[in-house]
Design a protein around this ligand. Sequence first.
Ligand SMILES: [Zn+2]
Length: 128
Amino acid sequence: MADDSDPHIRTKGEYPPQLQAIVERIEPGWWPKIEVGKGWWPLLERLDQRLAQIDPAYVARRVRADNGHLRFEVTPGTHGVSLHALKGAVNEAAAEAARTCEQCGREVSTTTLHPRRVESYARNSPVH
Ligand SMILES: [Zn+2]
């Protein structure tokens, strides 16, 4: 049974415009979903802008949170664009995601222990 409160469960057309732009880039045949909590949406928006600067036709294949890690599979859509450059931008966003609460977007300090972090560690996800 679907849980409406789960921020990961979104279907096409239910995203704010800045994320819908990413969904539209997902290659046909791949799941047209962004399975990432709201706390990471702002950094996804910035990542999309960065990738579009590198390659205006970049193609996404999968955008999801996996065990607290941002997985953003990307491939060039323009001949001659470096996959390495695209992946560099993705890696920077993933590093930012690792420091950001996936639920509320606040910075997660590795030195701050919060009761909910016990649960977070159990899920291996940077929420607090
Ligand atoms: Zn939070």
